[in-house]
Structure formats: C-alpha cells, structure tokens
Design a protein around this ligand. Structure first.
Ligand code: MN
Length: 266
C-alpha cells in the first residue's frame, strides 16, 4: 500500500508525505494526516497491537486530530501548547474507546502556533520523531525524545544512539496512546525561519537509516516530494522491515515562492 500527497498554498508550508507497508509486513499500521485549516498541523502515528488493531488505533488517533483541531482553534482563538496537549489527550481517549484490546499508537505532530512570528509546536508520545534541517545549515536536529526502552539506556549512558538503533529491544516503547488511562505528552515550542525543513517519521525510517543518511537524502532532494520518495525508497532497499511513513514540511522562503509552486496530484 502506498499513498502520497503534495499540498501547497501561499499561507502554508510546502508538504509532501508518503506511507508504505514496507517489504515484510502484511498490513500498514502507520497513519498520517496533514491539515491546513484552520491552522497547519501534520502528524504521524505508528499503531501496534497485531491483527489490524494497530491500524485501527493509529487511524483513530489522527482522525481525532482532524476532528478536534477546528474546535480547539475556535475555542481558544488560536492554537496553544496547552491546547495541542489537550488535542493529543483527545486522541488518546479516541484510541481507548475505538481501539481493540491491546492496541495503541505513537503520535508525533508539528503545528503552527504563529507562523508569521516563526512560532511552531512539536508534540510526541512514543518513538515516532520530528527532525529539523535548519535553513542554510546541513545538519539534522532531532527535536523529539523517544519514549522507549533503548532511549532510557541511552539517557543512562549505557548505549550510544547507534547501538540503540539495532538493539534487540529497540521496538519496546514506554509511552503510547491508548495503552494506559494516564498519559504524559511532551509538547514544546520551536522557532522556525523561512527555508527550515521539518521531517516527521515513523521508526520504519529511522530503524533502517542513520541520521546522516536521512540528511544526505534531504540535501540531495530539494523538492519535498522527491525527498520523501527517496527516503521511503531507501528504507525499502535497506530491508523495509517495518511500515515506513515520512512527512516533509518546508517553511516557504517567502510567500511569492510558495505561490509560484505548482500543486501536483498525489
Ligand atoms: Mn513502526
């Protein structure tokens, strides 16, 4: 299963997205969404639970974002870190109510707080990630911290990030939507400037590729859709052992440049 979108508008960032079942799994339990109304929000969710339960859980989580964002912005007069945290909790409730027993999902999101001022928000639960490739600087910054067993070992100085990536327990996550009543959500503000690129992804990408390989593919492909396609293809060539989902968000250099970009059908 393959899906792809590409959306452009003068007010919003350039976005490309792709999800793929991978080379081994029978079902794609990842979900993603890209919303532009009333504010920009992109999210990736990686469901778990087996027998399609993960697919239901991740779909319920992103649907709750779709359903709740407009209400949140209307109620608060605009998005806030607190409101986005509440939105993730609403997604958690949706997974608890709609997900089969034993199902759960990660969730990571990027949302515009005040894009004219460069104010953006990142939230995450689990081991799906948000990275930034800052404008004019060929580095990849991981903005989220995984909630995973191997991350705890990295924090304790017992593993390096590269060792964690291939560790036998690398798939054990310590926080997920829909698995316990209580949920702690990491939410933070990031400052972005024109030309910055954000990458949201499930662990099907980062489990196959090193950060420097991800960066090299982003550097080689300035067009967001080309970059997304190259990242997914590289993960498949490397083995594609998990579902892989990638959303690339590029803050326009200026409104004129964004307006000139031609939208392409997915
Ligand atoms: Mn995964």
């Amino acid at each position: 299963m393959t899906d792809s979108t590409d959306q452009t508008s003068p007010q919003h960032p350039l976005v490309a997205a792709r999800t793929d079942v991978g080379a081994v799994r029978e079902l794609n339990e990842d979900s993603y969404t890209v919303l532009t109304d009333p504010v920009f929000l992109a999210a990736v969710a990686d469901g778990m639970g087996g027998h399609a339960a993960g697919e239901v859980a991740s779909a319920a989580a992103v649907r709750a974002l779709d359903d709740g964002l407009a209400r949140l912005v209307e109620a608060e007069g605009g998005p806030s870190l607190e409101g986005l945290g509440e939105l993730v909790h609403a997604a958690h409730q949706a997974v608890l109510e709609q997900g089969p027993d034993g199902s759960g999902t990660t969730l990571t999101l990027l949302a515009a707080l005040d894009p004219a001022e460069g104010r953006w928000a990142v939230a995450n639960v689990g081991d799906s990630r948000v990275y930034r490739r800052p404008a004019g600087s060929a580095v990849l910054q991981q903005l989220t911290v995984d909630h995973s067993a191997v991350q705890m070992l990295v924090d304790a100085g017992e593993l390096t990030p590269d060792e964690a990536r291939v560790h036998p327990r690398r798939n054990v996550i310590t926080r997920a939507l829909g698995t316990t009543e209580q949920l702690v959500v990491d939410v933070g503000e990031v400052h972005a400037v024109p030309g910055d690129r954000f990458l949201l992804c499930s662990d099907g990408l980062t489990g196959e590729l090193l950060d420097e390989e991800v960066l090299a593919l982003i550097e080689d492909n300035t067009d967001p859709q080309s970059a997304v396609d190259a990242l997914v293809q590289a993960a498949l060539w490397r083995g594609g052992r998990d579902n892989v989902t990638v959303v690339l968000v590029q803050i326009p250099e200026d409104a004129e440049a964004a307006a000139e970009a031609e939208p392409t059908a997915g």
